[in-house]
Ligand binder design. Structure first.
Ligand code: CDP
Ligand code: MG
Length: 686
């Protein structure tokens, strides 16, 4: 027997030892018995990987696909890989995945893992999800924005039995999976549906608090070093068993891994380690944007005598379960997207985790035997700096894209949409305002032609609008669209500055013979550029598709650089700043925040000549900085700026509160009709 075969066998048998296996028949029955079902169970009990396989075996797929959503793209991909392996099929055939900008499915795909964002897009095209027999919303306890919206939509569409079968030939089954949190609330939300609990086996985990991080250290990054120190302590003084470290993001994780490598070098295994069976340390990073083949390594058992130490983001808290973990090292922090109302946009921030999150992290050490959790923060930090629960994403981010999606789905009254937890009304209003400013909706809250185009793009409405603007010029100038696209992608994925710099980096790399070598020579993340290339291709495809419909055509006068910046202005006019005094600029969005150009910007030294700039984002430290900026002329935004102040929240709130009109109802009905037609066409083809 080769090693690979042995591993394979052990995996197959392992699936029968998972807690869920005992309940296979009952679970299948429970899914068949009701429209909605809530399934709960400890993380690692086999919900994500096994339930879809059970349903597949039970023949559910003869009516349609099984779709499983994940809030995180990495989870969707790795789980699909695993399930394809367990089902002994090629990934992309019977089992596939679809995440933003990466579709690995085919005609044959019946078990489809995808991000919640992807399913939301599908609902948009086909509100009754006619291709599916079962839809499983997974990781609902994470309360990601898209999952929350899906919950509301599926409740709205399928709790009315008459509506639920319209446009479908068989009723859809909706399964909602969650770690043990909030199941009563979920069941109550979904028409008091049954709850299926998979009894878990867990072992005690002893938690200890540290001394390093207290309430005063909420803003410091000293925790990285502390985490490394504790990891090495555990490695040398604790019995064999793997370590899982929680940090917040890629660069931090890479830094921690480097430090660990460095320090682990000097360990003398004859004298320094307590457990003499431990002979080495295998350090593995785990974060969202890392290549999937590298991720796969995480799940392999380490060679004998070697202790595995996985340094991960929050992804390892619930989405992915790594076997063999006995020690947890918890930094106490997480990277979170929060809406900052002071600057009027979403900012990725490092914040303390909630207590419930800390408990979840600790629990990862007690899956197969008793474990230990080392919290590097003090008891005081726990008491004073950590909230009880994590606030759902819907209550802390801007809602523009979601509100537009809802509007396109015919949900006119976005304030009274069935949210599991209502976002604050002022955020809904802010979203409506932004959509109005970018011309995605009109004064009465109706989706415009531009809005219909915009909703096709997985980008912020401002970015989308600039892309569309550039695209509408393509018949005259070949360059703008390419340039705009290139740039967006880079700052979505890259960490570099200014528009022009980003552009030349992207172009030079793209035109070089060996792009990956080029990146290495220039100290640039190849991965970031590779994603950018792939995103560009995807956006091009969307554009090409849209341009076949009646697509707007426009002209601008001016040279290349000017046209390019003017296109950017159409998407960034809410991020305009005017020089105030000295180095200080004042934003024009009504808040009138005082900002400065970030030192990393190429405009930093040239401030004397700048009067007006647009910028991509804001960084708040002791000062408020704007990053990725470019100079513009006032004339380019003059006509756009008033739009920022034209409508006040009151006016839009009366729009939002308006009852659903006949027109909206008709739109909704015709959408259903279209999808019914689609289904029959598809069936004819078979
Ligand atoms: O969804 P839930 O947390 O209940 O469990 P799961 O993700 O289905 O995990 C079940 C088992 O599959 C665990 O023992 C994981 O370690 C294993 N697994 C794996 O080995 N490789 C993956 N890519 C995903 C899961
Ligand atoms: Mg799971």
């Amino acid at each position: 027997n080769t090693n690979a075969e042995w591993r394979w066998d052990s995996k197959v048998n392992e699936s029968k030892t998972l807690p869920i296996y005992q309940h296979k028949a009952e679970l299948i029955q429970a899914v068949k018995d009701s429209t909605f079902l809530v399934v709960t169970g400890e993380t690692g009990s086999g919900k994500t990987t096994q339930l879809p396989q059970y349903l597949y075996e039970a023949g559910v797929c003869k009516d349609g696909k099984i779709g499983i959503t994940q809030p995180r793209r990495v989870a969707a991909i790795t789980v699909a890989q695993r399930v394809a392996q367990e089902m002994q099929c090629t990934l992309g055939r019977e089992v596939g995945y679809q995440v933003r900008f990466d579709d690995c499915t085919s005609q044959d795909t019946v078990v489809k893992y995808m991000t919640d964002g992807c399913l939301l897009r599908e609902v948009l095209a086909d509100p009754v999800l006619s291709q599916y027999s079962v839809v499983i919303l997974d990781e609902v306890h994470e309360r990601s924005l898209n999952t929350d919206i899906l919950l509301g939509l599926l409740k709205k569409i399928f709790s009315d039995p008459a509506k639920a079968t319209k446009g479908r030939f068989f009723p859809l089954k909706v399964v909602v999976m969650s770690a043990t949190l909030e199941t009563d609330k979920l069941s109550a939300f979904l028409a008091d549906c049954p709850v299926f609990s998979i009894p878990g086996r867990t072992f005690p985990v002893t938690c200890t608090f540290g001394f390093a991080v207290g309430p005063k250290d909420v803003e410091s990054t000293g925790y990285v070093k502390e985490v490394v120190k504790v990891a090495l302590d555990v490695h040398t003084s604790e019995m064999a068993g793997d370590i899982l470290v929680f940090l917040t993001g890629q660069s931090e994780i890479e830094r921690a891994c480097d430090l660990l490598y460095e320090k682990a070098e000097s360990i003398d295994y004859r004298y320094d380690v307590q457990d003499q069976t431990v002979e080495g340390l295998l350090i593995l990073p785990l974060y969202g944007s890392m290549p999937t083949d590298q991720q796969r390594q995480i799940f392999q058992p380490p060679p004998s005598g070697i202790r595995k130490c996985v340094v991960a983001t929050n992804i390892a808290a619930t989405s992915l379960t790594i076997n063999g973990i006995k020690y947890i090292i918890d930094s106490g922090f997480v990277k979170q997207l929060n809406h900052n109302s002071r600057v009027g946009m979403d900012i990725l921030e490092v914040v303390p985790i909630s207590k419930s999150e800390a408990q979840q992290r600790a629990g990862r050490a007690g899956r197969t035997s008793a474990g230990k959790c080392f919290r590097i923060y003090t008891k005081e930090f726990w008491e004073k700096s950590m909230p009880e629960y994590t606030v759902p994403e819907i209550q802390r981010t801007s809602l523009t894209a979601v509100i537009l999606t809802l509007k396109c789905l015919g949900v006119h009254d976005v304030i009274r949409f069935p949210y599991l937890d209502c976002p604050e009304e002022r955020f809904i209003l802010e979203a409506l305002k932004q959509l109005y400013q970018f011309d995605a909706i009109d004064r009465r809250g109706r989706v415009t032609r531009l809005g219909e185009l915009m909703v096709e793009f997985p980008l912020h409405p401002g970015l989308t609008r600039a892309v569309l603007k550039a695209a509408s010029l393509e018949n005259i100038f070949i360059r703008p669209v390419a340039e705009i696209l290139n740039i967006f992608l880079l700052f979505i994925y890259g960490s570099m500055n200014d528009f022009a710099t980003l552009l030349s980096v992207f172009q030079s790399c793209k035109s070089s013979d060996r792009p990956s070598a080029w990146c290495k020579d220039n100290w640039i993340h190849w991965r970031a550029l590779k994603s950018a290339f792939s995103v560009e291709t995807q956006l091009r495809e969307i554009l090409l598709r849209l341009q076949q419909r009646d697509f707007p055509v426009e002209t601008f006068d001016g040279n290349k650089s000017e046209i390019f910046r003017r296109c950017l202005c159409t998407g960034y006019f809410n991020n305009v700043a005017r020089r105030s005094i000295g180095k200080v600029f004042c934003t024009m969005d009504g808040n009138g925040s005082m900002v400065q150009i970030h030192p990393s910007s190429s405009l930093f030294d040239q401030e004397a000549e700048l009067n007006w700039v647009i910028f991509h984002d804001v960084l708040v430290t002791s000062r408020v900085y704007i990053r990725t900026a470019c100079p513009i002329r006032y004339e380019w935004v003059k006509d756009l700026l008033p739009k920022l102040h034209e409508v006040d929240a009151y006016e839009l709130s009366s729009v939002a509160r308006e009852e659903v009109t006949d027109e909206e109802m008709i739109k909704w009905e015709t959408r259903e009709a279209v999808s019914t037609e689609d289904v029959s066409k598809k069936l004819e083809k078979r």
